[in-house]
Design a protein around this ligand. Sequence first.
Ligand code: MN
Ligand code: MN
Length: 470
Amino acid sequence: MATKKTETKSKAAELSEKLFYKAKNTYEVMSNADVKAAYDYCEDYKKFLDNGKTERECVKSATELLVAKGFKPYSLGDKVKVGGKYYYDNHKKSLVAFVVGTESLEKGINLSASHIDSPRTDLKQHPLYEADGMAYFKTHYYGGIKKYQWTTIPLALHGVITKADGETIDFVIGEDESDPVFYIDDLLPHLAGDQMRRSLADGITGEQLNILVGSRPFDEKTSEGVKLNVLALLNEKYGITEADFMSAEICAVPATKARDVGFDRSMILAYGHDDRVCSYPAITALLAQKKPAHTAMAVLADKEEIGSEGNSGMQCEVFFDIVSSLSKTFGVDDAVVRANSKCLSADVNAAFDPNFPEVIEKRNGCFVNKGVVVTKFTGSRGKGGSNDASAEFVGYVRNLLDKAGVVWQTAELGKVDQGGGGTVAKYIAQRNIDTIDIGVPVLSMHAPCEVVSKTDVYQTHKALEAFFKA
Ligand code: MN
Ligand code: MN
């Protein structure tokens, strides 16, 4: 009897192994050399993060990487050649880069779409004011933020100002160790009785997100003119006047550099992982292409955090104008090109957080160190607003990732009816392109500092590389 019981048990174990699914941990699958390659890869990713804290800066950094590997500027209508590498700079805020495949364009494009804008606070058009001996900037936040998180942290200003004569100045203040930084103040706990009784959503209001920018009076005898002194300094350095703020885009972002997290250095803390943590792998995966069969294309879009609007967002026609222009060049029908194209919409998902287990249904959540996460659908309240990828397309991606040895997992964003969110996926899918979301699990998404795992970042690069090559 004892023998029989053992046999039954081993049969169950054998069958369990065959029938059950369990997502793997990256460290279980990756060799030591792979892990080292992942950590080395992330050193360059950290540089990309530090150099690009706005969409404009990301376009610049990504373009530099592309140009160094022989990519050439492309304009709509340009002739292109097979194997040629090109990039299209769209209003300095979004970027499309592609390698022309050896197969006919009619076989479709392998497209990745990610975004390079991140939540932050933007200056209003009349930002500067003085109150009780201090000077401040008024702001309007950009994207979905928890406002209280943006107080009492060092902020840097990144921006462009177009003066009345048309000259445009780019500037960054607060990133160099010797620079001053900026600051949104908050109440001391001793006097915060009333504030602490309000909800987190109301503890700090939008109109309280005012940035402290000076306290020294222009006229030291009367102690007056703090605002004037700030303007005088700006005029001296940049030649601007108060009116020039009206034609400016100035963003306040955390003045922090990307840093390793943990004794084991297995994670990265940084501002703006969402969605540079997918945009950077899209660029490196494209750079790794020699002569892909399908045309490989990476779109780095702007404005995802506010609905993909405007002429730099994914809803802008230009991305499809490029497909249509390429189709004309090769004498093929762009509708056929799109019908045969595939898209990995590369965006982050919410990593399961043991401190907040109640918002994610664990069987369908994603975890740090379980690889790139494939998200079949996003949306909220019954998948509303979601591109729900087909079983066939999920099957294609699953097969692709398994064959390429990519560590991956699948998840949705949070529990049913807990909340939700969207990505650029639906704006590509509506052009009749098979589209699915894939990306990196992130802890504390949309906070001034977010955290990701290094091996997950690397698996995302590997996934995109395999996709472009397919
Ligand atoms: Mn995102
Ligand atoms: Mn986001």
